[in-house]
Design a protein around this ligand. Structure first.
Ligand code: GZL
Length: 363
C-alpha cells in the first residue's frame, strides 16, 4: 500500500479512536475532493485528442439540413469520419447559402486541412474559391450535386447521383402507370414542385420531366420552386391548386416537398392517390430515405419515388484512402439507384434500352 495511503488510513484510525467526528468529516471531504480532482484530470486527459499529426483533417461544407435526405447524408459523413478511424471532421452547415460555403472553404484553407469535401448548394459560382484551394495544394472532393467550373482540375473528383436518369426512370414508371389506367396523354395535367433552383438535382429532375412531357404528349401546367422543404412544398402545391382545377399529377423533386403537397391536397379537399380517373391526384417524388416516405408508398399517397442514395460517407472515405495511397480516383463516380413504388404490377422500367428494377414496398 503506498506510504501516503498508509498515512491517511493511520490518521483516520487515530481520529476514529479519539472520536473526533469533525476531523473525520474534514478528512472525508478532502478525500472526496482529491479523488474527484484526480478523476477529472484523468477524464480531461482521456478527452485530450491525439496529436493532430496522427489524424487526417477533413473540412466538409454541407448544404444545410433542409430535408430528410440531407440529414442522412450528414449522418453518413459524421459516422464515417471519426477520430477512432483516424480522421478529424470539421463540419460546416451552410444553411443553404453559397456564401457560407465559400467562407467555410476559405476557413478550411487557413486551417490547412488535408482535404476539402464540398456538397455544393448550386452549380455555379465556385471557380474563384476552388482556385484558392488549388493554389493552397488542398484536394477538393465534390459530393452529391455538381459544380459547373471552366477548369475541372479545380476539383479532384465527384461522387453523386445521375439526377436526370433518376427522373427518366420515374417518368418511365409514370408512363407505364398511366397506360395501365388507360389515360389519354392529353388528359395528363402535371405540376412540377422543383428543388433548389440551380442545383444539379433540380436541373436534372426538371429536365427529365420536361423531356418526358414532350415524348409522351402530357401537359406540364406549371413549375414552381419548393426548395426541397416540406413547408415550401406545401405552399407551392397550395398555390397550384388555387390556380389550376385540373391537376392530376404532382411531381415533387424530393420527398419532403411531397409530404407538403399531400397536406395541401388534403386541405383543398382532394386525395393523394393513384385512382386518377376517380378524381385522386397522383403524387410522385425523389429520395426514399425516410420512414414516412416508405409509409406513404405503402398507403398509396405517394405512388412512385425515384431513389436518391445519401450514403456518401463510405464512398468519400474510399476516395481519400486511394488518394493517401497515391492512387488516382475516377473523376466521376455515379451511384446505383432504383425506383420504389407500392403498386405491385410495375416491376421494372426501361430507359434507353436498359431495364431497371422497381422495388415494391409491400403493405
Ligand atoms: C440529391 C440532393 C437533394 C435531395 C433533397 O442528391 O442534392 O437535396 O434530393 C436534398 O432531399 O435536399
Amino acid at each position: 500500500m503506498a506510504a501516503g495511503v498508509v498515512f491517511l488510513v493511520g490518521f483516520l484510525q487515530i481520529e476514529v479512536m479519539n472520536k473526533n467526528i469533525f476531523s473525520i468529516i474534514c478528512f472525508c471531504m478532502i478525500l472526496i475532493t482529491g479523488c474527484a480532482q484526480s478523476a477529472s484530470r484523468k477524464v480531461v486527459n482521456e478527452q485530450v485528442p491525439e496529436a493532430k499529426e496522427d489524424l487526417i483533417v477533413i473540412g466538409f461544407s454541407q448544404v444545410g439540413a433542409e430535408s430528410d435526405w440531407r440529414k442522412e447524408n450528414s449522418e453518413s459523413m459524421r459516422s464515417t469520419f471519426t477520430r477512432d478511424k483516424g480522421y478529424e471532421l470539421i463540419f460546416e452547415d451552410a444553411q443553404q447559402k453559397q456564401q457560407n460555403q465559400i467562407t467555410a472553404i476559405r476557413t478550411f484553407i487557413q486551417r490547412e486541412v488535408d482535404y476539402i469535401v464540398l456538397a455544393p448548394v448550386t452549380e455555379d459560382g465556385w471557380d474563384t474559391v476552388l482556385g484558392e484551394a488549388k493554389d493552397a495544394g488542398i484536394p477538393v472532393i465534390i459530393v452529391d450535386r455538381m459544380v459547373n467550373v471552366d477548369d475541372d482540375s479545380l476539383f479532384t473528383c465527384w461522387v453523386g447521383s445521375d439526377f436526370k436518369l433518376e427522373s427518366r426512370k420515374a417518368c418511365a414508371w409514370l408512363k407505364s402507370y398511366l397506360e395501365r389506367q388507360h389515360m389519354d396523354p392529353g388528359d395528363v395535367n402535371i405540376v412540377d414542385i422543383q428543388g433548389t433552383i440551380g442545383s444539379s438535382a433540380q436541373i436534372g429532375r426538371t429536365t427529365g420531366l420536361r423531356d418526358a412531357v414532350i415524348e409522351n404528349g402530357w401537359r406540364l401546367l406549371d413549375a414552381v420552386p419548393g426548395e426541397y422543404t416540406q413547408a415550401k412544398g406545401r405552399e407551392a402545391a397550395a398555390r397550384m391548386l388555387e390556380k389550376y382545377d385540373n391537376i392530376n399529377v404532382v411531381y415533387c423533386e424530393n420527398d419532403n416537398e411531397a409530404f407538403g403537397a399531400i397536406e395541401a391536397l388534403e386541405a383543398a379537399g382532394k386525395k393523394a392517390g393513384g385512382n386518377i380517373r376517380g378524381g385522386e391526384v397522383l403524387v410522385m417524388s425523389f429520395d426514399g430515405v425516410s420512414r414516412q416516405a416508405l409509409e406513404n408508398l405503402r398507403n398509396g399517397s405517394i405512388s412512385c419515388i425515384g431513389e436518391c442514395n445519401p450514403l456518401h460517407g463510405p464512398r468519400v472515405k474510399k476516395i481519400i484512402e486511394n488518394l493517401e495511397a497515391g492512387q488516382t480516383p475516377d473523376k466521376y463516380e455515379y451511384v446505383e439507384e432504383d425506383v420504389f413504388s407500392g403498386y405491385e404490377r410495375i416491376t421494372e422500367v426501361t430507359v434507353d434500352g436498359t431495364s431497371y428494377p422497381v422495388k415494391i414496398m409491400g403493405k
